[in-house]
Design a protein around this ligand. Sequence first.
Ligand code: HEM
Length: 399
Amino acid sequence: MTAAPATPDLPATRPAGCPFDPPAEYATRRESAPTAKVRCPAGMEAFLVTRYADVRAVLADRTMSSRGASSVHVNPNADPDEEISPGSIIQLDGAAHARLRKKVIAEFTVRRVAALRGYVRQLVDSHLDAMLAHGSPADLVQHFALPIPSLVICELLGVPYADRERFQRQSATMVSTDATREEGEQAYHELSGYLAGLFTEKQRNPQDDLFSRLSSAGADDPLTMEELVVLGLSLLVAGHETTANMIALSTVVLLEHPGAREAVLAEPERAVEELLRYLSVVQWGVLRYATEDVQVGSRPVRAGEWLVAALNSANRDESVFAGADKLDFERESPRTHVAFGFGAHQCVGQQLARVELQEALTGLFRRVPDLRVAVPREELEYKHNTLVYGLRELPVAWG
Ligand code: HEM
């Protein structure tokens, strides 16, 4: 008797020499095994959902729980049965999620995000001034890509200017893959303590910011301190790494593709949308838990089973994106991608992320038109094992 074949691992290896393409196995799976079991780095088995239509169906299905979201499956230290904190928007389901989301989404309206554009532009300019003053070559990740999203979140939450440098340092350590576990935990505790203090201060002296509005005793159904601290940390985790890595990776992609710089300067909205699809930085997809028996495509899934919605695979599905492996700024419907997820948990910060990317990339290429990568391409170090794909550093030169 032959033993049953072992469950294959979640695909992890990108094709040699193609750092922007997802593992080649996704294409094979979309063709012949679109929803099939894999073993995740955290040890559990899950159905890997690879086709665009199935990914959207899973993410739109209200019977799917987000309790393991976005990525318990790739964190060997995470406990999928851990109790969920009431402010952890990304993991809540049903009414508890809807209550929190309604409050948060009001902070990301078109008007509020448009009002933040000026601040983002100012940040882009001042960081480019500092990078140019530092001189060529410089690390674009440290000088530009990392600090901007963190300072935007400071502005959103209402962190006073005097505290921003410390906040930024701690948040960089908290999300850093180079920090030790102890350093990461210490930064997490310091930031939680800091946000709790900010909560108290905003209750006493409310201002025009998210923390003041959501903690205000006068607000309808105000959030508790615990909810608001965890929500603040969730915004930081969800909005910092993702946007920072998108800025650095997009820069390399734009430098590598002839005519791409001009395209981003001419039509930043369209170009950013295609970069989001092409790069799909949430590289391990998002995790869901079936609370009822369902059908995904032709595959039955039982209550109690896990599913990974592979966003990067869906965004390369040829049935939706012709020539999906090509960067193409002329796509007819550039916003059909699922880089921001889909359904009830679709990214609340997406408009803000778009503004940050548009401002960062146009500012960079306008001010430094002769920007180039300062080392041979094969020396660039990509983050293959982290939740969000990116670059450890990006040495750039000019002049
Ligand atoms: C390019 C940048 C970004 C990308 C690629 C991205 C991607 C995503 C994805 C894929 C999800 C869905 C997770 C799931 O379904 O489990 C998500 C949710 C979320 N994102 Fe973003 N995000 C970005 C920027 C931001 C920013 C700037 C913020 C806020 C400052 C933010 C805040 C959130 C929050 C709070 C959620 C959870 C929403 C909910 O559960 O209802 N994100 N993001």
